[in-house]
Design a protein around this ligand. Structure first.
Ligand SMILES: [Zn+2]
Length: 324
C-alpha cells in the first residue's frame, strides 16, 4: 500500500485519491483521513473576491486593449469566477467600450458604479452634488445591463476629507440603497504593470517569468497583510481585492489565482462580499484613499501604518533591487 498522504499534503488531499484507494485502507484510517483532510481546507482557507476597476481599451506594448480584456475574462471563466467591474465611462465612451461591457455582463460578471469622470471626492473644482451627478451619469450608462448592481466604488478609494462632502455622499448612497463597493486589499498592480510595459519597450523578448513571480508575491503579501489587520481589528472577512484592467492581469491573472490557491487563498464569487456588515462602515475624515480595513485599523490606533497605505514607490525599490 502506497500511503497517499506521503506524496500529498493534507490540504491538497483529494476525494479522487480517497475513492481510488479506499478499498486498500483499513476503515479507521479512512475516517482519520477524511476528518483530517477536509477540515483544514474548508475551515481555514481565506477567501477573496477579485474586483476590477477602470476597464479600458488602450493598447499596451504587448497586447491590444481588446486582447487584454479577452485574457482577463478567459482567466475568470476558467476558474468559473464571477467578478465585478467598476466602470468609469470616460474611458469607454465608444462603440467598442459598450461592447466590452456587454461581454462582461453576458458572462455573468456584475457591473458596478464608479463615477463617469473619475474625479476625486476631494477635488476642489467640484462640490458634493457635482460628485453625485457624476456618479449618476455613470449609472445612467450602465443600469440597463442585466448584471448591473447598485454598488459604488469611490475613485482613488477616497471617501472624503471634508465632513460635509463625506456625509453628503454617504447619505446619498444610503438613501438610494447603493452599496459601498469597498476594497479590503489594495495593491500596486498598476505600478508593476507599468514597469513591465516600460521593460517591454526596451526589450520585446523580455523573460516574463520574474515579473510574474514578483507580481504573485506582491499580491500574496498584500492579502496576508490586510488579512492579519482585519483579524486584529474586525474579524474574519471575505476580502475584496482591487485589481486593475491592465496588461499584468491579462498576462498573469490565471497564474495568480492558481498560485494563491497553493498558499491557502480561495477565490470566490462577487456575491459574497458586499453583503457584509462592514459595507456600511463610515471611516473618519481622511485624505488618503485606502482599504477599508486600513481605515478601521487607523481609527483603532494601530501603530506603524504606512502613509500612504499603498504606493508605487514601495514596489519601485524592490523592482529596482531585482533589476526588473
Ligand atoms: Zn478607479
Amino acid at each position: 500500500l502506497e500511503h497517499p498522504i506521503g506524496r500529498l499534503s493534507l490540504r491538497k488531499f483529494h476525494t479522487s485519491v480517497l475513492v481510488q484507494s479506499y478499498g486498500k485502507i483499513p476503515i479507521l484510517t479512512l475516517f482519520f483521513l477524511i476528518s483530517h483532510s477536509f477540515w483544514p481546507t474548508y475551515v481555514s482557507a481565506a477567501k477573496y473576491v477579485i474586483t476590477f476597476d477602470d476597464p479600458k481599451l488602450n493598447d499596451s506594448v504587448m497586447h491590444s486593449g481588446q486582447k487584454i480584456d479577452n485574457l482577463i475574462r478567459t482567466a475568470l471563466k476558467s476558474h468559473s469566477l464571477r467578478s465585478i467591474l467598476f466602470v468609469s465611462g470616460h474611458r469607454l465612451n465608444t462603440k467598442e467600450g459598450a461592447e466590452l461591457l456587454e461581454k462582461w455582463d453576458k458572462e455573468g460578471h456584475w457591473i458596478g458604479n464608479h463615477t463617469y469622470s473619475h474625479t476625486s471626492i476631494d477635488d476642489p473644482k467640484i462640490n458634493a452634488s457635482q460628485f453625485i451627478k457624476d456618479l449618476e451619469k455613470q449609472r445612467s450608462l450602465i443600469q440597463h445591463l442585466n448584471n448591473y448592481r447598485p454598488v459604488f466604488r469611490y475613485p482613488f478609494l477616497k471617501m472624503g476629507s471634508s465632513l460635509s462632502r463625506r456625509n453628503a455622499v454617504h447619505r446619498y448612497l444610503q438613501n438610494n440603497k447603493i452599496k459601498h463597493g469597498f476594497v479590503t486589499v489594495d495593491t500596486s498592480d498598476w505600478y508593476i504593470s507599468h514597469r513591465l510595459e516600460e521593460a517591454l519597450k526596451n526589450n520585446p523578448n523580455l523573460d516574463l517569468t520574474p515579473y510574474r513571480m514578483f507580481y504573485q508575491q506582491h499580491i500574496l503579501e498584500r492579502l496576508e497583510y490586510y488579512d492579519q489587520l482585519a483579524k486584529k481589528h474586525y474579524g474574519t472577512i471575505n476580502h475584496s481585492l482591487l485589481l486593475h484592467h491592465n496588461l499584468i492581469n491579462g498576462l498573469f491573472l490565471n497564474d495568480l489565482i492558481v498560485f494563491l490557491k497553493t498558499k491557502g487563498w480561495e477565490a470566490i464569487n462577487v456575491d459574497s462580499v458586499f453583503n457584509q456588515k462592514i459595507e456600511s462602515y463610515l471611516p473618519p475624515l481622511q485624505s488618503e484613499g485606502s482599504s477599508i480595513i486600513w481605515s478601521l485599523a487607523k481609527q483603532k490606533g494601530e501603530k506603524g501604518l504606512r502613509h500612504p497605505p499603498e504606493h508605487g514607490s514601495y514596489e519601485k525599490v524592490k523592482l529596482d533591487q531585482q533589476g526588473l
